[in-house]
Design a protein around this ligand. Structure first.
Ligand SMILES: NC(=O)c1ccc[n+]([C@@H]2O[C@H](COP(=O)([O-])OP(=O)(O)OC[C@H]3O[C@@H](n4cnc5c(N)ncnc54)[C@H](O)[C@@H]3O)[C@@H](O)[C@H]2O)c1
Length: 472
């Protein structure tokens, strides 16, 4: 652990206790606007800290890479293999500075209201639906996730499915498990020389494109945006052209109002007879009733589905008609590969997620860098290095409104500000100031002034220290 030399130890750093919420919210102008915009909860105390003071709560068996990374930094890490019941979660979240979760833990506004010191949330997964992002931002809590760490895993699953569909492997394996030996080459094909049509050419699709070409396929793609093609892949004019020209169609678009039922009856009819459809993007993108019809009529030769319009909330025998009416029919279709949303679920992807989110948390806590944050302005900062003695970094997250920065700068103006950055995202503004030539008495005075300011102006304050001696 690195002990900052230019900072008074936290225990000696006497800052006034947090003002009461009423003192905070009744101050300043336009109280009605402030109370409606800002949550009526106690603010975090603006105080410097050492890495050893930072308490991190990791839930849901987050990959050990992250745990080791954070422990190595000197943070206090509490690790749980499962999620916590609401009462327990509320109790635990009260004092921690960082919480790491996967998809089961719901961080709603009412849960976040119990967090007194929370600076950051790490979603060790792809999405952030389980967190109230806007409310977290209003509380000055940065949220990090890992949207692209599993791109390769999804691309590899799709390549496997292209071959499995072409060779009808799913059905053959099922027959063998049931004791039937049925050797046939009818309707079994190689993929070499076939055309793969990709809809949505982002992170996953560009990996898929490279893999498919290396196996002798030609790749066409369409995307909402004009893109530079990778390898020999060619962007087509529109969806109709792609559907009419492809032997395999693979979907890699996000869930938006435009992509909802992107593949319906008309689009399935527009596909080549005997072609295959693969969906490992989002369930709502394909109309499953229409897909069943296209399969039953023999227009499509096969399909692979990893995602569904509704998915069971837990593991177990839940993929049945209680989930949705289409389940029974889909389960009965030949040459349809069904997987339980595992496209991105590999050990390598989990490791990559652990490293990415763990690293983002570490950079945010140590240096205030918000690169990759899902709910804050993204500010990439270099770290202060060991040679920079008597340096201090102040991070100030506040409501994006006129006058706040001036009030902060009235205080910072007495110091040697080396560098200042400010940025905003919607209603949230972020300010960083690197200050040099400060001794511990001046640091103490600065924080006291900022604390007083935080009582006077209606916004929240999250300043933290970065001192000489930090290696990040
Ligand atoms: N099955 C799984 O386990 C799994 C894992 C990871 C991601 N996903 C899903 O895969 C999808 C793609 O992920 P990604 O990381 O490649 O995303 P990405 O953001 O990198 O790429 C998406 C692409 O789709 C394009 N696009 C958006 N709307 C479009 C439209 N209407 N028509 C055509 N193109 C459109 C975008 O321009 C972008 O190029 C997402 O839905 C994601 O949720 C699934």
């Amino acid at each position: 652990m690195t002990i900052p030399r230019d900072i008074t130890p936290v225990s000696n750093m006497i800052v006034p206790s947090s003002p009461s919420p009423s003192a905070f919210f009744n101050a300043g102008t336009s109280p009605s606007f402030e109370t409606s915009y800002f949550p009526a909860v106690p603010k975090k105390q603006p105080k410097p800290f050492n890495t050893g003071d930072i308490k991190i709560l990791l839930l849901e068996d987050i990959n050990r890479t992250a745990c080791e990374l954070l422990q190595k930094e000197g943070y206090q890490v509490e690790f749980h293999t499962s999620s916590l019941r609401d009462v327990e979660l509320i109790e635990k979240i009260r004092d921690v500075h960082v919480i790491g979760i996967r998809s089961k833990t719901k961080l709603t506004a009412s849960v976040l209201d119990h967090a007194k010191n929370l600076l950051a949330i790490g979603c060790f997964c792809i999405g952030t639906d389980q967190v109230d992002l806007e409310y977290a931002a209003k509380r000055g809590i940065a949220v990090f996730n890992s949207p692209f760490s599993n791109s390769r895993s999804v691309a590899e699953l799709v390549i496997a499915e292209v071959i499995m569909l072409a060779r009808r492997i799913g059905d053959k394996s099922m027959e063998m498990h049931l004791g039937t030996w049925q050797k046939a080459s009818t309707r079994c094909r190689e993929i070499r020389g076939k055309v793969l049509g990709i809809i949505g050419h982002g992170h996953i699709a560009s990996q898929l494109s490279v893999l498919a070409e290396s196996m002798g396929m030609s790749v066409l793609f369409c995307d909402a945006a004009p893109l530079v093609a990778i390898g020999k892949a060619r962007q087509v004019k529109n969806l109709t052209e792609l559907l009419a020209s492809s032997d395999f169609v693979s979907l890699h678009v996000p869930e938006t109002s435009q992509t909802h039922s992107l593949i319906g009856r008309a689009e399935l009819r527009a596909m080549k007879k005997g072609s295959y459809l693969i969906n490992a993007s989002r369930g709502c993108v394909v109309n499953l009733q229409a897909l069943c019809e296209a399969m039953r009529s023999g227009h499509l030769a096969g399909a692979a589905l990893d995602v569904f319009p509704c998915e069971p909330p837990a593991d177990g025998p839940h993929f049945n008609e209680d989930l949705a009416r289409w389940v029974t029919e889909i389960r009965g279709l030949p040459n349809v590969i069904l997987t339980p949303h595992i496209g991105g679920s590999t050990e390598e992807a989990q490791e990559a997620i652990g490293a990415e989110v763990g690293g983002a948390l570490l950079r945010y806590i140590n240096s205030g860098c918000t690169t990759g944050a899902a709910n804050m302005p993204e500010v990439t900062l270099r770290s202060l290095n060991v040679a920079e003695v008597s340096h201090l970094r102040v991070i100030f997250i506040h409501q994006n409104r006129p006058g706040v920065l001036r009030q902060v700068n009235n205080i910072l103006g007495d110091y040697n500000v080396e560098k200042q950055i400010s940025d905003s995202r919607g209603d949230i503004a972020y300010m960083m100031a690197d200050i040099s030539k400060v001794d511990s008495a001046e640091v103490k005075a600065l924080y006291t002034k900022l604390e007083v300011l935080s009582c006077e102006i209606p916004n929240f304050l999250t300043p933290f220290r970065l001192s000489s001696g930090s290696t990040h």
